[in-house]
Design a protein around this ligand. Structure first.
Ligand SMILES: [Zn+2]
Ligand SMILES: [Zn+2]
Length: 257
């Protein structure tokens, strides 16, 4: 039996929808979204994701200097990995919900409901994935002073119409990001299809090892369901193309590890 189901963890560049590029590295996804005003990045990946980001932009005849901004679903270390470099080298700002702004400054100082170290013993199949995350710079992410202007239900300007959907639980300020006209939901880590802590696949809430408030995380599934999105693009794992409703039903049925 293979130690890791590699198909469950995307790697490299994948065009998941017209004008939406999934950038997957070290077991983490971020997304380049084309807008009329230039591309924006949904989540900031890991430091080692930089080369792939450059490739995705080069395919558009662009460079990192052309990015309009980074919009975070939440500020865990594996979602802010390129933000400091983008700010320092290109003056690209990162935006986040106010309740995750402290986490953006200290992306390893996060709340979780179970001791993290217990998980690799209970779920050894997760270890290769966690090693990949480490090799992609997962232990060396620098914090960032992000703009705390991501407000639920208010269209983010110059983003092609991204609307934050407040989905706290995984972190206190987690927001999924919805493109309502296109029925696309960037679910961040509020709903993933691969859990880095257990290596379990299929739609689910991330394990207690990395979730601040499991009760709130489960309640936030309602908000994800209500988006009615057709395409769910998670922070970890493959895209889910059977819609938010089915993803949420699956996540509810498996519970939280
Ligand atoms: Zn997270
Ligand atoms: Zn994550």
């Amino acid at each position: 039996m293979p130690l890791m189901d590699t198909s469950a963890i995307p790697e490299g560049l994948t065009t998941v929808s017209d004008g939406v590029e999934m950038i997957s590295h070290g077991g983490v996804n971020c997304y380049l979204v084309d807008t009329g005003a230039g591309p924006v990045l949904v989540d900031g990946g890991l430091p080692g994701t930089w080369t792939l980001l450059q490739q995705a932009l080069a395919a558009r005849g662009l460079t990192p200097a052309d990015l309009r901004g980074v919009y975070l679903t939440h500020a865990h270390f594996d979602h802010v990995g390129m933000c400091r470099r983008l700010l320092e080298d290109h003056h690209t700002r990162t935006h986040v919900h106010p309740r995750d702004a402290p986490l953006a400054r200290h992306p390893y100082r996060y709340a979780h409901q179970s001791p993290r170290l217990r998980y690799p013993f209970r779920y050894p199949r997760a270890i290769p994935g966690l090693v990949r995350m480490t090799l992609a710079g997962g232990l060396a992410v620098k914090g960032i002073s992000a703009v705390p202007d991501v407000q639920p239900d208010e269209v983010l300007p110059d983003t092609g119409g991204l609307v934050p959907v407040f989905t706290p639980g995984h972190t206190y300020g987690h927001c999924a990001l919805l493109l309502p006209d296109r029925h696309i939901l960037f679910s961040g880590d509020a709903l993933v299809t691969y859990d880095p802590y257990t290596a379990l696949t299929g739609p689910r809430v991330v394990a207690r090892a990395a979730t601040a408030d499991v009760t709130a995380a489960l309640a936030s599934l309602d908000a994800i369901e209500e988006t009615g999105a057709a395409l769910v693009l998670p922070g970890h794992g493959a895209p889910f193309r059977s819609g938010a409703e089915e993803a949420v039903a699956a996540a509810r049925s498996v519970g939280v590890a």
